[in-house]
Design a binder for this molecule. Structure first.
Ligand code: GLN
Ligand code: ZN
Length: 774
């Protein structure tokens, strides 16, 4: 039996934005200057106290470190940057409190570009990327962690501070612009580990019994070092940290969320840490090591936190299956704790808040609070025996059976249509034939366009909200949107863009808009999930077979086209992105669900074309995001995801030009898949990296249309004509002009009109300048 033991129920983290996004409002009010730091801190403190009380109420023990302190004002990686004192040199002139520095790194200001943001593993959460170089100063700053520990103790709760681990931190960091040639952030591992040792000592001195250190890098094949190297680094680091005697440091829970750590698990168990967590939802148990007793031997002095409750979706856990997994570990002689697969930050707070949701559907769901309760139930079964929780197990079984048999979950007509899909249905005419057929569109070289959305003004948001609440009738709303479309069309004509858009004013969100119009989806009222900082999204719930009862976008696009001689792009969200940004059913392969969504979009494209639209853009910004961390699973993923896009688009006649948009520029890994989409034109982000992506595309011999963004829409800055022209020239040096399109990096919905109009005018002039020089 291990000497230091966690209680048998724990979670890896809990949503921190607040049930009603209280933290978002408090932070944004502070940013606006409407409240001061003391007020912000007070609100955050109340929120934390409420969270801790709630977790105890849901069944986590108050004592013994079962409750993680996973609070963050903005981002857990940024928290680590502050805790490590790793403030990039370029922010050295910022003065003020820690919080002032913190938000300056997160958001930048007039004189500082913020830290870059990028996706956290295969989630839709974004973290602030640390910038490290040879001279990055490191020094422990445990004050925030210690303060919260004391605050919880005052409330009678022994929390477990949570830190992103040193290996993951450095593998997710980027070399700063000042770094020397060949420098890798991970080269600073020894320095960083020394600071972690100091942080651990400070936490122990402040009374922490346990600390949680997250090393999701352990499950990823998408980092700059191989998984085996990551594991070797983790072994080295935790041998060192573990060598500090418990007492001088807290007991350590080392976690490996977001994927499969089975191949590494025995080695992790053998480390001198007190507990190791494994994600047993995405991952599996190492069956051989379990059978041979090697796993039990490795875990002789270590607890295993079995991540059997899924922290990535919103479905009620199959308690019987989860319990069986935990019992197998326990019966093998391993000290087992029930846990979640990962931090619950990726799920909303509480199903009980969804009073408008169909009661039957609601009974199938589990948000964070329900998951915590499930963890507590399973833990009770583990300590008191299965009989103690048999009523809960039986109840879950009944509900899961109800879900499987409910109307709408499986619809024969939809299934037979998917079954009838042939390879032909995913193929368009040859690229060259399409090019010829599309000449009639009259699109010039270096054609200018935008990605779809125009600024979403307060007026638009107000009208949409009023319509949602039934305060304005259908006709008034329709009239408002038509006026908005007309305004955006005239504006684009005046700016001189070649291919126009309708502006997407009717869309609250590029996925939810479609989810609301498709059958098989439900939308929540309060199901907010943090996307980054104070931004949250409300993913829809894809619970049943998907179909399209009515056209979804034709009204707006055809109206826009009726107003102008220039081509207007129809604008759809692709099947992969619709899945990625929704909570999807877990009772069938994603590929099956994707085919259903693809067929609905295919019908929509048909209708758009019938209504006179000749260019359709199908956005897939999430294509890269869903790429499995596990290399062995990547090919299968790319196969079905690319297949779904093709199924959605391949019904279009050769003369119809299909565009796609991918938000990011890092697609070296998936360049073949991007090619495989077989879109006629692909727009991508490129301005911030100054066209880094065109080189690999050029080398790849990419033959289709490509629009590397020349205007960074993430910032209010107005890029000059010369600046944008320079980027076009860089691209044109690598990619023939007839393939090149000129567009911003992404949609304009978060920008203001003044900067948008000025930037787009410059964009059009830049294209003109380069065309004339050719
Ligand atoms: N068409 C969408 C827009 O312009 C694309 C957004 C995205 O890629 N995230 O807003
Ligand atoms: Zn984008």
């Amino acid at each position: 039996m291990p000497a230091h033991t966690l209680p048998t129920a724990t979670i890896l983290g809990y949503p921190r934005i607040g049930r009603r996004r209280e933290l978002k409002r408090a932070v944004e009010s502070y940013w606006r200057g409407a409240s001061d730091e003391a007020e912000l801190r007070a609100t955050a403190k109340d929120l934390r106290a409420a969270t801790l009380a709630r977790l105890v109420e849901l069944g986590l023990p108050a004592e013994g470190g079962a409750i993680p302190d996973s609070f963050s004002f903005y981002d857990q990686v940024l928290d680590a940057t502050l805790a490590l004192g790793a403030i990039p040199e370029r922010f050295a002139d910022i003065s003020g409190s820690d919080l002032v520095t913190y938000f300056a790194l997160a958001r930048g200001d007039r004189d500082h570009q913020p830290l870059e943001m990028t996706k956290w593993f295969d989630t839709n959460y974004h973290y602030s990327v640390p910038e490290i170089d040879e001279r990055t100063p490191f020094g422990a700053n445990a004050s925030a962690l210690v303060e919260r520990l004391a605050e919880a103790a005052d409330q009678g709760i022994e929390t477990r501070p949570v830190l992103v681990g040193p290996v993951t931190y450095l593998l997710l960091a980027k070399a700063s612009d000042e770094a020397g040639e060949g420098f890798r952030p991970i080269d600073r591992l020894a320095d960083v580990v020394a600071v972690y040792a100091e942080l651990l000592r400070a936490l122990a001195a402040a009374g922490a019994q346990w600390v949680q250190i997250d090393e999701p890098a352990l499950v990823s094949d998408s980092l700059s070092v191989s998984r085996e190297e990551t594991l070797a680094l983790v072994e080295r680091v935790y041998a060192e940290l573990g060598a500090i005697p418990v007492g001088e440091r807290p007991a350590i829970l080392l976690t490996a969320p977001y994927g499969d750590s089975s191949a590494a698990l025995a080695r992790l168990g053998a480390l001198p840490v007190e507990a190791v967590q494994a994600d047993l939802v995405r991952g599996s148990l190492p069956e051989d090591a379990l059978a041979s007793g090697a796993l039990a031997e490795a875990f002789a002095d270590t607890q295993l936190v079995a991540g059997v409750v899924d922290g990535r979706n919103i479905w009620r856990t199959d308690l019987r299956a989860a319990f069986a997994t935990a019992e197998r570990l326990k019966n093998a002689g391993i000290a087992t704790v029930i846990g979640t697969s990962n931090n619950l930050q990726h799920v909303p707070h509480d199903v009980a808040d969804e009073t408008k949701l169909d009661a039957r559907l609601r009974s199938w769901l589990a948000f964070a609070d329900q998951k915590v309760a499930q963890v507590a139930t399973l833990a009770r079964g583990l300590s008191e025996g299965a009989a103690a929780i048999e009523p809960e197990l039986a109840e879950t079984e009944r509900i899961l059976a109800d879900r499987a048999a409910a109307p709408g979950v499986r619809i024969d007509g939809i299934r037979s249509r998917v079954d009838a899909v042939t390879a032909e249905d995913r193929n368009r005419a040859a690229e060259g034939d399409r090019r010829d057929a599309q000449r009639g569109l009259g699109i010039p070289e270096l054609a200018t366009t935008t990605i779809g959305s125009f600024p979403q003004t307060a007026e638009i948001r107000k009208a949409r909200a009023a319509h949602g609440k039934g305060e304005i009738d259908e006709e008034t709303y329709e009239g408002f949107l038509r006026a908005e479309i007309e305004r955006v069309i005239r504006l684009q004509e005046e700016i001189g863009l070649d291919v126009l858009v309708h502006g997407e004013a009717e869309r609250n969100d590029m996925v939810q808009y479609f989810a609301e119009l498709l059958d098989g989806f439900a939308v929540t009222e309060h199901g907010w999930v943090q996307s980054y900082g104070t931004r949250a999204t409300r993913p829809s719930i894809l619970w049943g077979d998907v179909s399209r009862p009515n056209p979804m976008t034709v009204r707006w696009s055809s109206y826009a086209q009726s107003l102008t001689e220039r081509p207007v792009k129809g604008m759809l969200t692709g099947p992969v992105t619709i899945l990625a940004w929704s909570f999807v059913r877990d009772d069938q392969p994603l590929s099956d669900t994707a085919s259903q969504v693809a067929l609905a979009l295919r019908d929509e494209i048909d209708d758009l074309v019938d209504a006179g639209i000749s260019i359709v853009q199908v956005d897939e910004p999430a294509l890269r995001e869903l790429l499995p961390l596990d290399r062995d699973r990547q090919a299968a993923y790319l196969d079905w995801s690319v297949g779904a896009f093709r199924l959605a688009t391949a019904g279009a006649a050769p003369g119809v030009q299909i565009h796609t948009h991918l938000c990011y520029s890092e697609f070296g890994e998936i360049i073949d898949a991007v090619d495989g989409l077989d879109a006629d034109v692909t727009s991508i982000e490129a301005a911030r990296s100054r066209m880094d992506v065109v080189e690999p595309l050029g080398d790849h011999g990419y033959s289709r249309g490509i629009g590397p963004g020349v205007y960074d829409i993430h910032s209010p800055r107005i890029p000059s004509v010369e600046e944008q022209a320079e980027l076009i020239r860089i691209a044109a040096a690598r990619i023939p002009g007839e393939q090149l399109w000129v567009n911003p990096d992404c949609g304009l919905k978060t920008r203001g009109y003044d900067e948008t109009v000025a930037s787009l005018k410059n964009l059009v002039s830049a294209a003109q300048t380069v065309r004339e020089a050719a």
